[in-house]
Design a protein around this ligand. Sequence first.
Ligand SMILES: Cc1cc2nc3c(=O)[nH]c(=O)nc-3n(C[C@H](O)[C@H](O)[C@H](O)COP(=O)(O)OP(=O)(O)OC[C@H]3O[C@@H](n4cnc5c(N)ncnc54)[C@H](O)[C@@H]3O)c2cc1C
Length: 474
Amino acid sequence: MTVEKPRHRSYWLREALAAEPALSAAETPPLDGDRRADICIVGGGFTGLWTAIHLKALEPALEVRLLEADICGGGASGRNGGFVMTWMSKAPTLLKLCGAQEGVRLLKESEAGVRTIGAFCREAGIGAHFRHDGWLWTATNKAQLGAWKPCLEALDKVGLHPFAELAPAEVARRAGSPGHLAGVHEAGVATVQPAMLARALRRRALDLGVRIHENSPMTALHRGTPPAVRTARGRVEARAVVLALNAWAYELPEFRRSVYPVSVDQLATEPVPERLARIGLADGVAISDSRLMVDYYRTTPDGRMVFGKGGAGHLLFGAKVGRKIEYPGTRHDEVMADLRRLYPDLADAPIAVAWRGPVARTSTGLPFFGRLEGAPGIVYGHGYSGNGVGPSYLGGRILASLALGRQDEWAATPLARGALGRLPPDPIRYFGGLLVRRAVMAKDRAEDEGRAPSALVRTLAGFAPSGLTPKRKG
Ligand SMILES: Cc1cc2nc3c(=O)[nH]c(=O)nc-3n(C[C@H](O)[C@H](O)[C@H](O)COP(=O)(O)OP(=O)(O)OC[C@H]3O[C@@H](n4cnc5c(N)ncnc54)[C@H](O)[C@@H]3O)c2cc1C
């Protein structure tokens, strides 16, 4: 496997690293030599770090080693929009895949997970700008109106009512722009400075005795018994290996048909607090629309707008995740155009940093966890499909149970039975993906202009996997 180091750090990671003591890197030296551990985790994002913390909470004496190719938080965890979401918007799929009882349990756990992350930020003394002001799931054109209805209906059937329906004027007021025509509000969602959270999880893991090796990419995975991980200068043999690789899992042949890496783009403006105050964006609410290439945005406490665009900014060809998925590319203009359309008052706000990062999509829009076939000592978890900041807390809990061979509700959940759907093989995936991507863009554009997309465009766009919000029919 190869992991390209980002040339370009996110705004979040720059801010988080600037606040760290200079000696911090010395605590996480690259792996050098052969080592043994009870559990070896590969990947130092939210999933790997929460897994380490859960493992130490369950069995404090465990020897846990974590290998990270870059620095902890260098992947998607330090680059995302910082929406700490529940799984409520995924309710229709989750309930279908897991059944009502387990589905409701996971939905409630995902809400509790957001609260636990908030408590962690407070206890760790970092704050991490955690603001529990909810999520506005909105429509920014007529075609998007009511996009949330199937989800609210599915939740209603199991007695859950996490979304409040707001009057259109209230949605526009809270979102700070009349471009928001309608929407619902989920109070259980929060926003956070994600890189600060990732670095605080790293700190907590170190304090619990987890040995972390940054700048230590796994170069080979030994699928025997016991399993082992090799890096350029060392090797870790362990009772169990946990792969917490996000989109990079795609580089392992086992996941080529179940994980679909795409890039997501994002930018942060310079502080413009007076303009945000003028349009009424005063709190930490998370806002998104309901298009397939979802626009999602929030402000920061120092008065920046952080605006992102989901969906496939870039599709991969071949077996490597590589560089293109890492850096702001040709899509900057597209992201800016959406920002200007929704917030004309911010049209000329100076951009501080623009970046992009990898998202692992799956055919269900939900992550999956499991054991590598033929190598039961190797467990994995990935595929959050753009909603991983909150759910990775639960993902870590599932992986901790799998790694320890526990027989509990986390190991038994249907989400821990491996991939729940398969994607087409290459080159159909790649060329089909390009067609679908073009169709999604054409559909979004037509709907913004109040036109009906053609039947062909609608059909092709229908093949896009769901992302942050579920797919709309038609
Ligand atoms: C721009 C962007 C915006 C997003 N916005 C949101 C949002 O607002 N809300 C939300 O819920 N989700 C969002 N997401 C998704 C969210 O960031 C992820 O679901 C979450 O961070 C996944 O955590 P992870 O630990 O699984 O992955 P990562 O944080 O990517 O961690 C995987 C780690 O594995 C390391 N690695 C890879 N290969 C190797 C190797 N060979 N050896 C060792 N280490 C390796 C990587 O360097 C990386 O640090 C967004 C993602 C992006 C990119």
